[in-house]
Design a protein around this ligand. Structure first.
Ligand SMILES: Cc1cc2nc3c(=O)[nH]c(=O)nc-3n(C[C@H](O)[C@H](O)[C@H](O)COP(=O)(O)OP(=O)(O)OC[C@H]3O[C@@H](n4cnc5c(N)ncnc54)[C@H](O)[C@@H]3O)c2cc1C
Length: 453
């Protein structure tokens, strides 16, 4: 009788899942990676895709291609929806909503976080977050459409609101997005319009704290603030965005005081994250504790108490304030794989130890921050280091080569070569500003001016 090989089921092909599977490629186990999208996504460059610098192909790689030459690793497209810890099975939904079940001996939960609106889910209709390729393409559509709509409007408040962009959240993603929108307006689009001056675009950045980039040293954050100010980003600190509507955001000071409305047709949300729904289901099924954002409490070996066969890694791992960064997910993936190998060879598991290798944030052209231990670098040197780090971690040689060549071309010509955007579905009115008001009985009531050349 042949011995069945242990089955390792990894939920999520992000940084954690990818690195776990890679390390198990030559191990005597059968690995299944289940992901609701078929590709690994390099989230740190999502904002470049959203602002037309890179394409979706640059920052993602099909999981099937990644593991094509690994016979013990299969990838499946589906969204995990139910865990049965007694039967050791996970039920998943295919995109057509039919269900299938996968067995496991070891389960690695690496499903990551999603954008949080802190209970105000209705904001999402007007203020997309930035976690997925869909989000990046939606933001690209909204930002570029806003300039296009402004071009055919007469000067006045309506045009101004189309040229006003509000970003909620002053962490790395908010800073990168705000900087990129101003940079696009002043460098790429500056000479392409006839009626509007894209340089006039206002970019408003709102944050509840007293500075941007709280995870960076105050001096570096100050440099980022100065650069953003030079770029023309208007920063508002100590405030929360408390309402988002079709044509306005409301901002309320944290320490009281009157709320203020800002007219804008493009709001973007980067203010918070929370566990994906399946992680909450896993925690409640296993009776595991979670923190407010839904991270699952794990022990020293990243497993859930009472379930040494269930690992939780990456952004979802709730232990010792592990940071929500790619490096923690990659190390967690390698660690879970090492535990599987140790279990197979009868050696005891060692506790997980996260090694902080530093962080980097892009601020603007020739300007990025790098913080590694006591080392602090900003400006051009930081920008070079930032570029090298991101290229080193991009998945796939083809993606690295094409990203470098696209970057070089856009540096040389100030261009953004991936500005094409989709129209969006007519059934999703929030994606089509112009159609939300369309009244077939009175089709031209919205024409308020003549386009002059
Ligand atoms: C815009 C942005 C910029 C960032 N910049 C940086 C940076 O510069 N440096 C840095 O270190 N970190 C950065 N991060 C954070 C970093 O990307 C995350 O820490 C990292 O991706 C976490 O890895 P993970 O494996 O835990 O989850 P993820 O990489 O998020 O992967 C989770 C995977 O699970 C899948 N999934 C989710 N739910 C299910 C389900 N129910 N069934 C099946 N599959 C599911 C998702 O499709 C996804 O592929 C950034 C994040 C974002 C969003």
């Amino acid at each position: 009788m042949t011995r069945q090989r242990p089955k390792v089921l990894i939920i999520g092909g992000g940084f954690g899942g990818l690195f776990c599977a890679r390390r198990l490629a030559r191990t005597d186990v059968d690995v299944t990676i289940l992901d609701r999208s078929a590709s690994h996504l390099f989230q740190p460059l999502l904002y470049q895709c959203a602002t037309g610098k890179l394409s979706i192909g640059h920052i993602s790689r099909p999981l099937r291609e990644e593991f094509a030459r690994r016979p013990n690793i299969r990838t499946l497209l589906g969204e995990a929806v139910e865990l049965d810890p007694d039967a050791h099975t996970v039920t998943a939904l295919r995109p057509d909503e039919t269900a299938f079940t996968i067995e496991y001996d070891v389960l690695v939960l690496a499903a990551g976080m999603r954008q949080s609106y802190f209970g105000n889910e209705h904001f999402a209709q007007w203020a997309p977050g930035m976690k997925t390729l869909d989000d990046a393409l939606e933001i690209r559509q909204r930002v570029l459409t806003a300039f296009e709509i402004a071009e055919s409007l007469p000067p006045g408040p309506e045009r101004t609101s189309w040229l006003t962009f509000a970003v909620a959240g002053g962490g790395p993603t908010g800073v990168e997005l705000a900087g990129q929108i101003r940079e696009m307006a002043t460098r790429t689009l500056a000479n392409e319009f006839h009626s509007i001056q894209p340089q006039e675009a206002r970019v408003l950045l709102f944050d509840g704290g007293q500075r941007v980039l709280k995870s960076f040293a105050p001096k570096l954050a100050q440099k980022a603030t100065d650069t953003l100010r030079e770029l023309g980003v208007e920063m508002h600190f100590g405030v929360h965005v408390t309402d988002v509507r079709r044509d306005e955001v409301t901002v309320t000071p944290k320490d009281g005081g009157p709320a203020r409305d800002f007219a804008t047709r493009t709001a973007l949300w980067t203010a918070g994250v929370e566990a994906v729904p399946f992680a909450r289901h896993v925690a409640s099924t296993l009776g595991a504790t979670t923190d407010r954002a839904g991270r699952v409490q794990v022990g020293p070996d990243l497993t859930v108490t009472g379930h040494p066969e269930i690992f939780v890694i990456g952004d979802l791992a709730g232990r010792d304030k592990l940071p929500g960064v790619a490096e923690n997910a990659m190390q967690g993936g390698l660690y879970a794989a090492a535990c599987v190998r140790r279990d197979l060879s009868g050696r005891p598991r060692r506790p997980y130890r996260y090694r902080d290798l530093g962080s980097a944030a892009y601020i603007s052209h020739r300007n990025a921050l790098l913080q590694v231990g006591p080392l602090r670098v900003a400006g051009s040197l930081g920008w070079l280091a930032w570029g090298l780090i991101h290229i080193a971690f991009l998945t796939g040689v083809k993606n690295r080569v094409s990203t470098v060549s696209t970057w070089l071309a856009s540096i040389a010509r100030r261009g953004r070569y991936h500005r094409a955007f989709l129209l969006g579905g007519a059934d999703r009115p929030e994606q089509r500003y112009t159609y939300t008001n369309w009244d077939p009985e009175e089709p031209f009531r919205h024409i308020r001016g003549t386009v002059r050349h």
